[in-house]
Write a protein of this length. Structure first.
Length: 425
């Protein structure tokens, strides 16, 4: 099969012998990126497909993520890109190898959406919106014969069928094969509420409870610090955790810290908090200067100058950085320059807990890999496949999440088509 069969450009469905023998359409439960990609692949292989979406429209989380500029994928070297998925690297490799970032860009171009690479190597649509891509995608799916039914919510999973609540009442589907692409547990108001988790548990499918990923963390700020600096950006810093040292920026919130730099450390800090009750996250407030240089510059400042002025002139600290230093190390005003310099370069942040999963960009947990075969089929339920964030994997922000969801949906769709062909042979 061509690596982009059915996804690079619109093409008429090919009526295969397997597809012609099926009475009922293949069911895709979930109208997000993974589900829609599987539907595209299956329809290109000649199968009748119906997508069932609980919300009034498809791609709700996809659209919300695109409001600030849809980050489709990442342009870093693929040898690095494919390592971004932690313990799931090996299991995701077949799907990602068949649909790497460059293929995502080609696929988008086939929908009339041109992309560009930003300064951080993140890839965005030129229009910086998700809605044009989703409209074009839906039009192409419907032109290929895919039926999309919204306001159809999965309310139960049985060994012999899928139970849906619809505007016309409750129905039970008995499809020849089905894909569950129901998302994880973040942003539940957009449909990813993990209501399915106990249903699969009852059917002996191994699942792991969901945890927040790419999330902020609570910090016990003082009332004064919250009043003055909640919402303030913290720019030009570096943070170190078990995930390594990374430069970037974040935001002080009323509850603690959030933003891209914090999300990059979220998995390691979350796991450390769960395992040990504490996490080591350390800020370098002046990553462009050494401690020795800062100490020497502090010594040259007038003794009568305020600490804020001394820190600004010697270390380049702005108001927010100075306030954070005072908040976390309140005794520095009377310390020696060497001690102050070391604290600027090594400022531990006492994280209390991750923010609630409903606020997280994504989640970890879900259907465990040990219960899924190499085709993305649930071993306990032949003919039932899974893809996307409902499977136990996580990745940082930056286009990795969306690329993996697209790749998993495409791979699952191909595997479903191959499995159906064998069943009807």
């Amino acid at each position: 099969m061509n690596d982009q069969d059915g996804v690079g450009q619109a093409s008429p469905a090919v009526d295969t012998p397997a597809a012609s023998k099926l009475v009922e359409p293949v069911a895709i439960i979930g109208g997000g990126p993974a589900g829609l990609m599987a539907a595209e692949v299956l329809s290109a292989r000649g199968f009748a497909v119906t997508v069932y979406e609980a919300m009034p429209t498809i791609g709700r989380k996809f659209l919300l993520a695109g409001k600030s500029g849809l980050n489709l994928t990442h342009a870093e070297d693929y040898s690095r890109f494919r390592t971004r998925f932690g313990q799931a690297n090996a299991r995701l490799a077949p799907a990602l190898n068949a649909f790497p970032p460059e293929f995502v860009r080609t696929w988008a171009a086939g929908l009339g959406v041109e992309t560009f690479v930003g300064s951080s190597e993140r890839v965005f649509p030129t229009a910086m919106k998700a809605s044009p891509l989703l409209r074009a995608w839906r039009a192409r799916l419907e032109a290929a014969g895919v039926t999309i039914r919204t306001r159809h919510r999965l309310i139960g999973i049985k060994t012999d069928g899928l139970i849906l609540a619809t505007p016309e009442g409750e129905v039970t589907l008995h499809p020849p094969a089905a894909l569950l692409a129901l998302g994880g547990a973040s942003w539940p108001r957009l449909g990813s509420d993990a209501a399915w988790l106990p249903w699969l548990t009852d059917l002996h499918v191994p699942v792991r409870p969901f945890l927040p990923a790419n999330c902020g963390f609570d910090v016990a700020w003082s009332a004064h610090f919250i009043e003055r600096f909640a919402g303030a950006p913290l720019k030009g810093v570096a943070a170190t955790s078990a995930a390594g040292r990374l430069p970037g920026e974040c935001v002080v919130s009323r509850h603690g810290l959030e933003g891209s730099l914090i999300y990059a450390h979220a998995a390691s800090c979350r796991d450390a908090l769960l395992a040990h009750g504490q996490a080591d996250l350390t800020f370098d407030l002046a990553p462009g200067r050494t401690a020795e240089r800062i100490a020497a510059d502090l010594m040259r400042q007038p003794a009568k100058a305020s600490l804020s002025n001394r820190l600004r002139k010697a270390a380049g600290l702005d108001t927010v950085k100075t306030a954070l230093l005072r908040e976390l190390a309140p005794d520095l005003a009377h310390q020696q320059p060497e001690t102050v310099a070391m604290r600027i370069k090594h400022l531990p942040v006492p994280l209390l807990r991750p923010r609630p999963i409903a606020e997280a960009i994504s989640s970890a947990g879900g259907v465990m890999w040990q219960g899924v075969d190499a085709r993305m089929m649930v071993e306990a339920l032949p003919g039932l496949f899974v893809a996307g964030e409902m499977v136990d994997w996580e990745a940082p922000t930056g286009g990795y999440l969306l690329t993996a969801c697209l790749a998993m949906g495409r791979f699952a769709g191909q595997c479903m088509a191959d499995w159906l062909a064998r069943q009807t042979a």
